[in-house]
Design a protein around this ligand. Structure first.
Ligand SMILES: [Zn+2]
Length: 201
């Protein structure tokens, strides 16, 4: 059977499979929906890159509507820190503007696989569905084994969807690492610059 892993339930380390999207039907519609919202996250990432920041953008989606967005800030210069990641910025914005929304009904679209800080902050915030474009082979945190943690985390069931518009996000990171010293010569930088721009990993 022609299948691909689209999400994994980390809590019990179970991998679920579903059929490849067909040109019609629910899977195809979901793929198109993921790509539409990832395009919006890429707009945020390009805005970050335009100001010399690490090019990560995020949108938060609820019932088919974008209800929050964020982009990486303070990755450079005197104000440099590892707190103002795009996901954290988006969650802060949502807490101020739409605190009534049920986080379990949110889908997070990020142009980069969330790091350990952002992944666990999203989970603690109640988010259970995360879609990303480009894998973070150095600092991605989504392979955290929740089943080995304390009960609060062990019972979480999380849907993860990788590599949506991966090539578009990869292009931004390749431009960034050609022109910046942030994480220069790191595993992520070397991996990114070695990738075929139009290819798959
Ligand atoms: Zn992060």
């Amino acid at each position: 059977m022609n299948v691909e892993p689209l999400w994994r339930n980390r809590g019990r380390a179970t991998v679920y499979y579903r059929k490849q999207p067909r040109p019609e039907g629910r899977n195809f519609m979901m793929k198109r929906e993921h790509e539409t919202f990832m395009q919006a996250a890429l707009v945020e990432a390009r805005a970050a890159l335009a100001t010399g920041e690490f090019p990560v953008g995020v949108v938060l989606v609820h019932a088919g509507e974008i209800v929050g967005q964020g982009r990486r800030a303070n990755s450079q210069a005197e104000t440099r820190n590892e707190l103002d990641h795009a996901e954290i910025c988006a969650l802060r914005q949502l807490a101020q503007t739409r605190p009534e929304l049920n986080p379990a009904a949110l889908t997070v679209y990020s142009t980069l696989e969330p790091c350990l800080m952002c992944y666990t902050t999203l989970l603690l915030s109640g988010v259970r569905r995360i879609v990303w474009a480009y894998e973070d082979v150095m600092g991605g945190g989504t392979n955290l084994d929740l089943s080995r943690l304390n009960p609060l985390y062990r019972e979480m069931r999380v849907e993860l969807v990788p590599k949506v518009l991966r090539a578009d996000s990869l292009a931004l990171f390749q431009r960034f690492f050609q022109n910046s010293d942030y994480w220069q010569d790191s595993l992520l930088s070397r991996y990114t610059l070695s990738q075929d721009p139009g290819g798959t990993p």
